[in-house]
Design a protein around this ligand. Structure first.
Ligand SMILES: *Cc1c(COP(=O)(O)O)cnc(C)c1O
Length: 366
């Protein structure tokens, strides 16, 4: 059996080696995974307690309208109940957007490097993809993206903080972009790491969903909230966009456990603040270390850092893996000669610094 032709060009998502495999292969006792931007501090204790005390009835289908979480989030963000849609991770929102708006021959514009799933889902729908390189500092080239838009362009994906560079889109750049972007183009604004942002000039995109009929913004519980394993995220836009996406959405696409955990997690903003504070502190200290060995990195407002490497990212990746650290080589992210490192806990990062220092000293000798 042959799938549709475009699938010949795509491969299934290749996840990194599993911790256990690496442990066995290199005879390591302990592995630190800093590859997927997960929260190293876990998740809220309130969620732990709530889930162990009363598990939802698993024989009953979940609330397909996600009523309770909907009510909590629309109150939090001061939007209408019909301006939000839930997905099995924000990943599914990206998929729903592509399914709902793209035809074969449509065009989609995005930065490179950026989150690879935008391109993947666009190609599946038969769309062409125009990738506009970020500037030398890893920021979206807003003018370049505007220039790349044509009659066929249906979606522009923007990511702030951008995965993998960590750079944010400023309010000023966003407003300039929206003022100049044609109305036939849906702007899909991914804010998966918004809770980590410290830079006050960054845009709060959801405050624009009433002003622009062609804007959707996406959030997730997978990153700062630490609930990646439960798969829940959401999109916010005007009701017309949401209704369109809702026709494509599966009726029970988020589980009852995920809905319940998300409600409890929102209630514990102290956990989010702590996560934010720890990340900021450990990131700053890791940046000073990189400065001390002269390795450059991008301005990240997220819980990861894209670091330029003096040799290929694959080589650094291999070395670190053999020593018990899993990171992402930039070669797999469209950013050769870099590595993307999730900011872990303080002691883990100290250990990583020692390894990088040793690596740096070894290559400087030759
Ligand atoms: C991790 C990530 C997502 C997807 O997260 P979900 O687990 O599917 O909610 C979306 N966008 C970006 C940029 C990410 O890094």
């Amino acid at each position: 059996m042959q799938g549709k032709p475009v699938l010949d060009q795509l491969s299934p998502y290749k996840q990194g080696k599993q911790t256990k495999e690496i442990q066995e292969e290199f005879g390591l006792r302990n592995i630190v995974k800093l590859a997927s931007n997960e929260n190293p501090y876990g998740y809220s204790n309130q969620v732990k307690e709530s889930l162990s005390n009363n598990i939802p009835a698993l024989n009953i289908y979940p609330d397909g309208y996600t009523s309770e979480l909907r009510s909590v989030l629309t109150t939090k963000w001061d939007i209408n109940q019909n301006q939000i849609i839930f997905g099995s991770g924000s990943e599914e929102i990206i998929q729903l957007i592509c399914r709902s708006f793209l035809l074969p021959g449509s065009n989609v514009v995005m930065a490179i490097p950026t989150f690879p799933q935008y391109k993947h889902y666009a190609l599946i729908e038969g769309a062409s993809v125009t990738e506009v390189p970020t500037d030398a500092n890893g920021y979206h080239d807003m003018n370049g993206i505007l220039k790349a838009i044509n009659e066929q362009t249906k979606i522009v994906f923007l990511c702030s903080p951008n995965n993998p560079t960590g750079t944010v889109i400023s309010k000023k750049d966003f407003e300039y972009f929206m003022a100049n972007c044609p109305e036939h183009v849906l702007v899909a604004f991914d804010e998966a790491y918004k809770e980590y942002v410290n830079d006050v000039t960054d845009v709060h995109a959801l405050t624009y969903i009433n002003r622009y009929e062609n804007l959707i913004t996406m959030r997730t519980f997978s990153k700062a909230y630490g609930l990646a394993g439960l798969r829940i995220g959401y999109g916010m836009a005007n009701n017309k966009i949401i209704t369109t996406l809702d026709k494509v959405r599966g009726p029970f696409n988020t589980s009852s456990i995920a809905q319940k955990a998300a409600i409890t997690a929102i209630d514990d903003q102290e956990f989010i603040e702590r996560t934010y504070r720890f990340n900021k502190k450990v990131k700053a200290s890791f940046e000073s270390f990189l400065d001390s060995i002269g390795w450059k990195y991008y301005d990240s407002e997220a819980n990861f850092l894209l670091v330029a490497t003096p040799v290929s990212g694959m080589e650094v990746f291999q070395y670190l893996m053999e020593n018990g650290f899993i990171i992402r080589p930039g070669e797999l992210l469209g950013a050769p000669n870099t590595i993307r490192i999730t900011i872990g806990k303080e002691d883990e990062m100290k250990e990583l610094e020692n390894l990088l220092l040793k690596f740096h000293q070894e290559i400087m000798k030759v």
